[in-house]
Write a protein that binds this ligand. Structure first.
Ligand code: DQA
Length: 154
């Protein structure tokens, strides 16, 4: 595992000022610094991107599919209903770990469902910035990522 894209979805550009009681006080650039430093300690290059647009997130996944070894993806609210993002994750060969800052299983009923998790290697939720760190750790332990290493693929 040499290169990982950390991809943030909608409204995560407002981290730090957006509902800090739920999402914490780190800004997006501070969070990106935490994950980049963690990657460096594992000799993994971390690239980061954020978009509020479903189509752009799909384009980014398509664009990086042969340039990085894995993706850590926080799809924000798209988690709960975007079949287009699910299809994009399913379409690419590299492993994707879905992450959330908050514990989506303990929040409103609509947040408890992820339509994307079944085509991801794993879902890690509820640890704040540590969710991303844990996802990078998990991916760093994979030796030869392949389509077969993805979970579900229903
Ligand atoms: C989130 C959880 C989603 O339900 C929400 O829409 C977000 C952030 C999280 O990281 O906890 O935007 O993905």
């Amino acid at each position: 595992m040499k290169r990982i894209l950390v991809l943030h979805g909608p409204n995560l550009n407002l981290l730090g000022e957006r509902e800090p009681d739920v999402y914490g006080t780190l800004s997006l650039s501070q969070l990106n610094r935490v994950v980049s430093e963690h990657g460096k300690s594992l000799k993994i290059v971390i690239m980061t991107a954020q978009s509020n647009s479903e189509g752009e997130l799909i384009d980014i996944l398509h664009r990086v599919r042969k340039k990085v070894d894995a993706v850590v993806f926080n799809p924000g609210a798209y988690t709960h209903y975007s079949y287009a993002l699910r299809d994009a994750v399913s379409a690419i060969q590299i492993p994707v770990v879905e992450v959330h800052l908050s514990d989506i299983k303990k929040r409103e009923p609509f947040r408890r469902i992820s339509v994307i998790a079944p085509v991801c290697l794993a879902q890690i939720s509820g640890y704040g910035a540590l969710s991303y760190v844990k996802a990078i750790d998990k991916l760093s332990r994979l030796s030869a990522p392949s389509k077969g290493s993805k979970r579900g693929r229903k």
